[in-house]
Design a protein around this ligand. Structure first.
Ligand code: PGA
Length: 256
């Protein structure tokens, strides 16, 4: 695990965007696993800027989003379909047929989840997965629990997540209670993973993600089992990391 502490949100987003762009330069038909939420927004902005400057080309890229709320139409302003088109896809040259996001309005959710897994597998797996992290340590919508899902499944959102995400909805009651989410193995099968976090409210979750112990109550801690994880965070999110608690193979660097 490599932990990179950047000065601020702008520099961490830029670093993540450069890593995504270099992945695409090395493999133009890369399969990207993408995340929503507030954290990756500036990374998407930087990638759009790089696309406009001809520094990255999404023509052959395939994308696979981590999750989607159950019950929201693709054109609902709070759906992750809408988020992705509005904040990223409409500004770049990714082909529509190469965009994959779970269907929150599927007639048969079990089938939707199975098909989503199959589509990722058929595409050859994910080359680079981008992740945010919940303040409760969730990745995708894999919420803290006694056991975690292996593959893509419908999940119940925790009160903490519903509360955190209610900032985007009219009220807490409007937040869907269920979502389709990639499972832990779906995520951990990616060749490379970048996890982004910023702000004090992520500091505790980041500490538990890197502290050399693994628990299903802290889903992000399972990333310690993956050989190619880069955690890019700002100073506030890094503020509770105690270097002596880091897992043995952790590489920690503070960027000035
Ligand atoms: P955030 O969400 O980027 O809006 O903080 C991250 C997450 O819940 O995974």
């Amino acid at each position: 695990m490599r932990i990179i502490v950047e000065n601020d949100y702008h520099s961490m987003s830029k670093k993540a965007a450069l890593m995504v762009a270099s992945q695409i330069t090395l493999k133009p038909d890369s399969n990207l696993g993408l995340a929503t939420g507030g954290t990756p927004l500036a990374m998407y902005d930087k990638l759009i800027e790089m696309f406009r400057e001809d520094e990255v080309d999404f023509n052959e890229v395939k994308s696979f989003n981590l999750d989607e709320y159950c019950g929201l139409e693709a054109d609902h302003p709070n759906s992750y379909h809408y988020y992705m088109y509005d904040n990223f896809f409409k500004e770049i040259n990714i082909k529509k047929e190469n965009i994959h996001i779970p269907n929150g309005k599927a007639d048969d959710f079990d089938r939707e989840c199975r098909d989503y897994e199959e589509t990722i597998k058929k595409a050859g797996g994910i080359d680079l997965q981008i992740l945010g992290i919940g303040s409760n340590g969730h990745i995708g919508f894999n919420e803290p629990a006694e056991s975690l899902n292996v593959a893509t499944e419908v999940v119940n959102l925790t009160e903490e997540t519903i509360k955190a995400n209610s900032r985007y909805f009219e009220s807490k009651d409007n937040v869907p209670k269920k979502a389709i989410s990639m499972g832990m193995a779906t995520i951990l099968k990616a060749d490379r993973i970048i996890l982004l976090a910023r702000g004090k409210n992520k500091a505790e979750a980041i500490k538990k993600t890197v502290n050399g112990k693994i628990s299903t109550q802290e889903p992000a801690s399972l990333l310690q089992t993956h050989p190619q994880v880069t955690i890019i965070i700002d100073q506030e999110a890094a503020s509770l990391i105690n270097k002596k608690d880091l897992s043995a193979d952790c590489h920690f660097e503070i960027c000035k």
